[in-house]
Design a protein around this ligand. Structure first.
Ligand SMILES: Nc1ncnc2c1ncn2[C@@H]1O[C@H](COP(=O)(O)OP(=O)(O)OP(=O)(O)O)[C@@H](O)[C@H]1O
Ligand SMILES: [Mg+2]
Length: 569
């Protein structure tokens, strides 16, 4: 009899705390189970176990994991198969609280590096959360035996041990193709690529799955490019968006925001069947929007905003409660500070006065009374001086025709290149507005977060923890990420919370290190030591983490209300 089985029989009926005795390592026929963490009671957050499968029992070919990029896709396939087997599992546990729960950190539509599954040269490690069974608050050993000796083996048989080689092959091919597309984009100076036949709209505002019967994407002739990709004879064709300023126009409800949303999600890679698996965007593209009410700490927004009432300093702009225009200005310059190469903006979520001011308004509200230099007057300098491109949805103002390199019109969900027409119209009807296009973009912020910025203390406890996708609870304050639109997976949020703890514990906030350097340091550790190196306990279940981008990490730090920040510029 397995040692685990013996232990479970011994503690059956005892108080729940006795489950602590099963912490440790147990051998099964084709794998080992390591119980890393035992929950305090049946209602507490679940226990954490790892399952370690030697290569001998499920061979993972070297070609599937030697390349870091391919490895992420292979791990993703395994995680999905376990998630599917868990949801098909018919052996259900009984009992109080979370009794009988079995869960893996299941991936969504994106293929993200995550800790749920890890492939090392000789093993597959699967991280699960389980609810150790109880009757009331007493151990139910029988149910626990069912969980370890029936349910989990059945789940593994239907997943890890049943994955077809073709399934992994297919994922690995997609990995290669994504790299090839990214390579072609870089070579050619394309900030986004949307393949013909892609399905961009989603099922609903709350579902990330593709809309059924959608009109597939078809590139306008003028933007169509071909990309040779591996593992496929026919080249991929689709629309390339070049560096520079791209305007997306069109009537209401014609699919403008849908196109921009697909572009903004293209910084990630999507699974086969998503509809956006061949929609890719510059990985340094950042969606920026208005976010009135947000906290801003010592951000130089003077490129856009000057001479605020009460002489508020916009070189070191600080507020507990930003307005529409100032919040969007802060979001723009913070993205640039973190290294954004492309900005994505939708009029639906922008402050109108930040984006545009027409001739009549310029006449009524004279320059001296208007603190804002609208985005339209900076877009050119951003392109020329900072090499930053913009993709902008703007159906409401033709003033942007003057500054656009290309104009795409969405009509009945189909894109048309209307650049020439737009330029012609712009020439025929010059705007009455005056712009000062020859100026300098201005200074970007170059800030450091000072020691003491991270306040995790709440009474005697120290706390930093993700709550869902869009909140990090830290000490006494919540950090709200509801408007950080490219944060897509709650495991990324969890990872950012772990990073904040790590930064604090390791004393990474030190004098004279810029935010950009801090982000570099975080990324370097992720690359060299893996995501799990940020988890609190080494060599244990790392706790369901997925890789965030530096921009979303920066966005979180920027929303810490206790931050102490100094600008070094
Ligand atoms: N290719 C498509 N096929 C079918 N439906 C689509 C397609 N693209 C978008 N839609 C749907 O059309 C609706 C409107 O799209 P979207 O929000 O992109 O419009 P919009 O042009 O941004 O409108 P507005 O100017 O009002 O902001 C959405 O419900 C979306 O799911
Ligand atoms: Mg819209």
């Amino acid at each position: 009899m397995n040692r685990l089985q013996q232990s479970l029989r011994q503690i059956d009926g005892k108080s729940y705390k006795a489950y602590k005795t099963i912490q440790g390592r147990f051998s099964f026929h084709r794998y080992e189970v390591i119980v890393d963490y035992v929950q305090g009671d049946p209602f507490a957050s679940p226990s954490k176990i790892r399952i370690i499968i030697p290569d001998a029992y499920r061979k993972i070919k070297a070609e599937w994991k030697n390349d870091q990029n391919r490895k992420v896709y292979t791990e993703d396939v395994v995680a999905r198969s376990v998630a599917r087997a868990i949801s098909n599992n018919s052996i259900h546990g009984k009992g109080s609280g979370k009794s009988g729960l079995i869960a893996i950190d299941a991936p969504g539509q994106e293929i993200l590096e995550r800790t749920a599954v890890d492939l090392d040269p000789n093993h597959i490690t699967i991280c699960l959360s389980i609810g150790l069974p109880a009757n009331g608050r007493r151990i139910n050993g029988k149910e626990a035996e069912k969980l370890f000796f029936d349910a989990i083996p059945s789940i593994l048989s239907q997943s890890v041990f049943a994955i077809k080689d073709e399934t992994i092959d297919q994922a690995v091919k997609l990995a290669d193709q994504h790299q090839a597309i990214r390579h072609a984009m870089k070579e050619n100076g394309w900030v986004s690529f949307i393949a013909n036949g892609s399905v961009l709209p989603r099922q609903s505002g709350i579902s990330n799955r593709p809309l059924n019967n959608a009109i597939p994407f078809q590139s306008p002739e003028a933007n169509q490019v071909r990309i040779n990709i591996p593992h496929q004879e026919e080249p991929l064709t689709g629309m390339a968006i070049k560096k520079g300023v791209t305007l997306i126009v069109g009537g209401g409800y014609h699919g403008k925001s849908t196109l921009l949303n697909a572009i903004e999600r293209g910084v990630y890679h999507h699974i086969i069947g998503d509809g956006r698996e061949y929609v890719l965007t510059d990985p340094t593209a950042v969606k920026v929007r208005a976010e009135d009410g947000r906290q801003v700490t010592t951000v130089n927004i003077s490129s856009f905003i000057n001479d605020l009432p009460h002489k508020q300093d916009t070189n070191r702009f600080t507020t507990e409660n930003a307005s529409g225009s100032t919040s969007q200005a802060a979001n723009v310059v913070e993205a640039l500070e973190a290294g954004a190469g492309t900005l994505l903006i939708d009029e639906d979520t922008s402050a109108t006065n930040f984006m545009i001011r027409d001739g009549r308004m310029q006449e009524l509200v004279v320059k001296e009374k208007e603190p804002i230099t609208p985005f339209i007057d900076k877009i050119e300098q951003m392109k020329q001086q900072l090499d930053v491109s913009t993709i902008l949805v703007m159906g409401g103002s033709g003033d942007y025709f003057d500054v656009a390199d290309q104009v795409i019109m969405m009509d009945q969900y189909k894109p048309f290149n209307v650049t020439d027409k737009a330029k012609e119209i712009a020439e025929k009807n010059p705007t009455a507005r005056t712009s000062k296009a020859d100026q300098d973009f201005g200074k970007l912020p170059n800030r450091q977060f000072l020691p003491g910025s991270i306040q995790m203390q709440k009474g005697k406890k120290s706390k930093v923890q993700a709550k869902g996708l869009a909140t990090v609870i830290m000490g006494r304050t919540d950090i709200s990420l509801h408007y950080v639109e490219q944060l897509v997976d709650s495991s990324q949020t969890r990872m950012i919370a772990e990073m904040i703890r790590h930064i604090d514990q390791k004393g990474w906030l030190k004098k004279n290190q810029s935010l950009a350097e801090l982000l570099d340091q975080i990324e370097a550790q992720m690359n060299q030591q893996g995501l799990a190196s940020f988890a609190p306990f080494p060599n244990q279940h790392p706790g369901d983490l997925a890789r965030p981008r530096r921009f979303e990490i920066a966005a979180t730090l920027n929303r810490i209300r206790t931050a102490k920040v100094k600008d070094m510029s």
